[in-house]
Design a binder for this molecule. Structure first.
Ligand code: 6PG
Length: 474
């Protein structure tokens, strides 16, 4: 039987769908899974793609069924399972073969694996695959990092299976080592912020305006026809109009308000802090998920403090148009923060990340795909963006939308509707555009208690003042 063009280990939801996508694009794909029965199930469900699938329960046979130099995709749970899978593969691999980790790995693990495998003559690619089950099957966004030589081995298949935007593949090689997984991590940080801001706007609609899930759904659907057009806005309409089969009630009203998080959003916040880049909306979104998880405490606190949100009777000082503009402004700030983290990480790791290309491959297939990513890509390609907030297109949107963002954040504050991310975005914006901030006072305080020094224009840095001794209470 002809050898396979590529191999894939891990026939979970993502792995199985990726394999079908590969086969559908005309490639022969060898498949393997630790639990052999999963291979049989997968093959049985492959339909007319069956003849392009080369199943093997035996790992050696699986590797030998792939044409050299081999590219083998690993789609298993991030962490130790990836290392275990690599370990089990090594005895059967030959020089020039490469392993492709397509899971949500921590980029530092990817850098480590890249360093461990390269001396063995085995290539390693860490690729971020975004788009969930639907994306894996019909076209994800693929963010590739690792050795460029190995990338060329897998380039044909990966670009073929990726989503297309106006005919352009949403797959690109982004840089050495952990670059691909890092970009995916920041994608997820932006995803968290995007989802949190949508939830905060939903909070104003539900708790401030007293709107039903159906009414909220209609608004999000209408917004999806405008500048907010994006995958997350689109699915929000669907989630809000879904009806629970068992009770006939709006499903969203029955779902427990505790958000899960597998970790990628948290990693993006940690990376931002380690890089010294403010990513307050992303950090706020992670914190909001953590706060959502302590539901019992929140219920107890509500008994003590009472619920501050206004009822529909009192109405609110904001319009639906305000909410739309506020959400657009908040989203732009969160993308600006994400790209600022990417830019700093690119410098620190000498990745030379192509920010315009990253915006381009996010235009389709991935969870944060949005209409304005086309403008972001253009801004980077034209060299307009130190920070996206300085790109002319976004300057215009922010100048127009900031008043609405202020009204919505103020309304949330007055009504007790949580605004973790939208308020963080507004404060980031106000701090970013303030030429004279208040850190001068902080420098004075630091010199007072720690003699850390301060700078005065025209007199240089590391200056000190003769502060009065503080009276220590005996
Ligand atoms: C994607 C998603 C996906 C994400 C899971 C769970 O790009 O397809 O970001 O990779 O990891 O949907 O994410 P959380 O549990 O962190 O929300």
């Amino acid at each position: 039987m002809d050898r396979a063009d590529i191999g894939l280990i891990g026939l979970g939801v993502m792995g199985a769908n990726l394999s079908l996508n590969i086969a559908e694009k005309g490639y022969r794909v060898a498949v393997h899974n630790r639990t052999a029965s999963k291979i049989d199930e997968f093959v049985a469900g492959a339909g007319d793609l069956r003849d392009r699938i080369v199943p093997n329960a035996d790992l050696r046979a699986f590797v030998q069924s792939i044409r050299a130099p081999r590219s083998i995709i690993i789609m298993v749970k991030a962490g130790a399972p990836v290392d275990m899978t690599i370990e089990s593969l090594l005895p059967f691999l030959e020089q020039g073969d490469s392993v492709i980790d397509a899971g949500n790995a921590n980029y530092q693990d990817t850098i480590r694996r890249f360093g461990e495998l390269t001396p063995k003559g085995i290539g390693f690619l860490g690729i971020g695959v975004s788009g969930g089950e639907e994306g894996a099957r019909h076209g994800p966004s693929i963010m590739v990092g690792g050795s460029k030589a190995q990338w060329h081995n897998a380039e044909g298949v990966l670009t073929a299976i990726a989503a297309k935007f106006k005919g352009e593949s949403c797959c690109a090689y982004l840089g050495e080592g952990g670059a691909g997984h890092f970009v995916k991590t920041i994608h997820n940080g932006i995803e968290y912020a995007d989802m949190q801001m949508i939830a905060e706007v939903y909070g104003v609609m539900r708790d401030g305006m007293g709107m039903s899930p159906k009414a909220c759904a209609e608004v999000f659907k209408s917004w999806n026809g405008g500048p907010l057009n994006s995958y997350l806005i689109e699915i929000t309409g669907h989630v809000l109009e879904a009806i629970d089969d068992e009770t006939g009630k709006p499903l969203v009203d029955l779902i427990v308000d505790r958000a899960g998080q597998k970790g990628t959003g948290r990693w993006s916040a940690i990376a931002a802090e380690e890089l010294g880049v403010a990513a307050t909306a992303i950090e706020g979104a992670v914190a909001a998920r953590s706060l959502s998880s302590i539901k019992a405490e929140r219920q107890a606190a509500e008994k003590v403090y009472g619920s501050l949100t206004r009822t529909a009777k009192s109405g609110t000082g904001v319009s639906l148009e305000d909410l739309e503009q506020a959400l657009l402004a908040g989203k732009i700030v969160s993308y600006a923060q994400g790209f600022a983290v990417l830019s700093k990480a690119s410098e620190e790791n000498s990745w030379n990340l192509p920010l315009g290309t990253i915006a381009k491959i996010w235009r389709a297939g991935c969870i944060i795909r949005s209409r304005f990513l086309d403008q972001m890509a253009a801004a980077y390609d034209k060299g307009e963006a130190i920070n996206l907030l300085m790109a002319p297109d976004f300057v215009e949107i922010m100048k127009k939308g900031q008043a609405a963002l202020r009204r919505v954040v103020a309304e949330g504050a007055l009504g007790g509707v949580p605004m973790t991310c939208l308020s963080a975005s507004l404060s980031y914006f106000d701090t970013y555009r303030q030429g004279r901030g208040t850190a001068n006072l902080i420098q004075g305080q630091r010199d007072f208690f720690g003699a850390h020094g301060f700078e005065i224009d025209g007199r240089g840095g590391d200056l000190h003042h003769h502060w009065p001794a503080t009276i220590h209470e005996s």
